[in-house]
Design a binder for this molecule. Structure first.
Ligand code: SF4
Ligand code: SF4
Length: 172
């Protein structure tokens, strides 16, 4: 991704508009039920929220700039910036746009519900096919049914995405 230069300095961050300081993202449960999708619809009803899928994992992204970001795109709390920012490096950062080849990207509630309708219909077809196969196969005597593990019905944040924020070469 080619970005406009904001300053003529030597480091990559000096030529960037602090892309990595303008959002945060964290992993959420992969939706499987109507309720799970409804939770994601709720996320997307909020301004500046997006949900994306990358390498099979689902993430909630909130596109809001960090409060510590200065008007000249430098970090206003560089010496005490959070650990996640310290760990972030420009080697494979948001500057390198090709990293953001999302599998899926949802930015509004209609998109996720359209996807949900297709996903749930395909799931019902798979379940019906399994049931039909089951009716043809006689049950083995003495075999116990597999127990289902309980699953949270709400989308729960599991943790932060390692590259969510950063800007290690910037200083105020
Ligand atoms: S680390 Fe952040 S500020 Fe530096 S070049 Fe990458 S996206 Fe821009
Ligand atoms: S480096 Fe971290 S604390 Fe500083 S402006 Fe960026 S996101 Fe905020």
């Amino acid at each position: 991704m080619k970005l406009p230069s904001t300053r003529g300095g030597g480091s990559l961050c000096d030529r960037c508009v602090a892309l990595c300081c303008r959002y945060f993202a964290f992993e959420i449960d992969r939706p499987r039920t109507r309720r799970d999708f409804d939770d994601i619809r709720w996320f997307l009803l909020h301004e500046d929220a997006a949900v994306f899928v990358e390498d099979g994992k689902w993430y909630l992204q909130v596109n809001r700039r960090c409060r510590a970001l200065l008007p000249d795109n430098r970090c206003g709390i560089y010496e005490s910036r959070p650990a996640i920012c310290r760990a972030y490096t420009p080697r494979e950062c948001d500057w390198h746009g090709d990293e953001y080849d999302y599998d899926k990207l949802f930015v509004d509630p209609e998109q996720i519900m359209a996807y949900a309708r297709e996903y749930l219909a395909a799931r019902r077809r798979r379940q019906a096919a399994r049931r039909a196969r089951g009716r043809k196969t006689p049950a083995r005597p003495g075999r116990r049914g597999a127990r289902k593990l309980p699953r949270s019905s709400r989308a729960v944040a599991k943790g932060r995405r390692a590259r969510a924020t950063g800007g290690v070469l910037k200083s105020a």
